[in-house]
Design a binder for this molecule. Sequence first.
Ligand SMILES: Nc1nc2c(ncn2[C@@H]2O[C@H](COP(=O)(O)OP(=O)(O)OP(=O)(O)O)[C@@H](O)[C@H]2O)c(=O)[nH]1
Ligand SMILES: [Mg+2]
Length: 414
Amino acid sequence: MEDIERIERAERYILVAAAPDEEKAWASLDELSDLLDTAGGETVCHVVQRLQRPDRSTYIGRGKASEIREMIEMYEADGIICDDELSPSQLRNLSELTDCKVLDRTMLILDIFAAHAGTREGKLQVEIAQLRYRYSRLRGMGEALSRLGAGIGTRGPGETRLETDRRVIQKRISILSDDIDSMKRSRDTARRKRSVNPVPVAAIVGYTNAGKSTLLNRLTGSDVLSEDKLFATLDPTTRAAVLPDGQKVLFTDTVGFINKLPHNLIDAFRSTLEEAGYADVIIHVVDASDEQSDLHRQVVNDTLRELNITGKPVITLWNKCDLTDPGASFRDFDADASVRISAKTGEGIEAFYLALGEILKKNRTYIDMVIPYRDAAVIAEIRQYGQLLSEEFEAEGTHITAYVPAAIANRLYK
Ligand SMILES: Nc1nc2c(ncn2[C@@H]2O[C@H](COP(=O)(O)OP(=O)(O)OP(=O)(O)O)[C@@H](O)[C@H]2O)c(=O)[nH]1
Ligand SMILES: [Mg+2]
């Protein structure tokens, strides 16, 4: 009986931040608390210590650490979660000072990713990120690790326990890397085959919980999971839609970004976001009703840059406008267009289609040429993927003028 109770009780944590700006630190802890909720844990309370920068060897000051040690006992908490990625020595020292389980933001995010990853590649990517994190922290911290016991921070994909032996970890990392490489190669081949396909691709990116999946569902009438949870989507989904001007577009829903994204996960993101790297347009969804929307927009822009997804036209969508003051103005000077929408009610979607149509038109090439009658199939293709402006039947073939995607234009002028 006692065992069952112990298993069913959610793990309870005190959330801790050391930062120069208290207000930002509280907001960041609110987000950490949402992350913990997603991971199935409970927040006991928040503790912020104002420090110019976190203490190099203990993250928070030693005095604060002993206060927390008392709080742990008082609240019967399971441990603490720090709002930044801890260095191996911070992790070791802090867990000695507080005498409890110490987790950091990275371990928590990795734990959520491990539980949510759906595809085989997603699972491998997360496991490798977890193992790399552990590998760099195992030496000399057996103590801190044994305090972790089971539960949050120790769960690999599919609820397997994470490895603790350095040599085994190293071997596993190299096996996983090989697997991922071979998957990447077969994906590249698939993409090369697909790149002949002239349908433009629009990648939907944005901070987690901004409404990306809700937008995909609205645009394509599909039924992708959308939830009021962080990281509801981990694996990219692509669906086709036809714009009111007849242009066919592929929309790809992607994993959400987050502030202080674990460095080891950037690699994992790189592969899930590869699709975005090949997109013709980036659709950046911002939750305009969130007080932190400016910070979130910045995080997304920085992460895109870090992933080398640059130099593409961007449309910023200020989403959830049903929740914002109708008089408020939203602008994004980094974007080629910005539109207020509500993915939930459909408001502003027409304006978004117009903006998208304009941008896609710029990507198309105007052609004026005679297509021999034996190549009539090309005209059918132009009808499907481009915009046929005129056609006249002449002696050598059909004289057409049209806007066509670059892929078709290149082929015709070869
Ligand atoms: N009021 C309102 N809520 C919205 C709107 N768009 C999305 N939501 C809600 O916001 C929450 C998150 O939506 P998702 O579409 O799952 O967000 P996401 O960006 O895909 O999130 P992740 O996949 O977790 O990164 C859900 O509860 C949606 O119902 C909107 O325009 N207005
Ligand atoms: Mg989603």
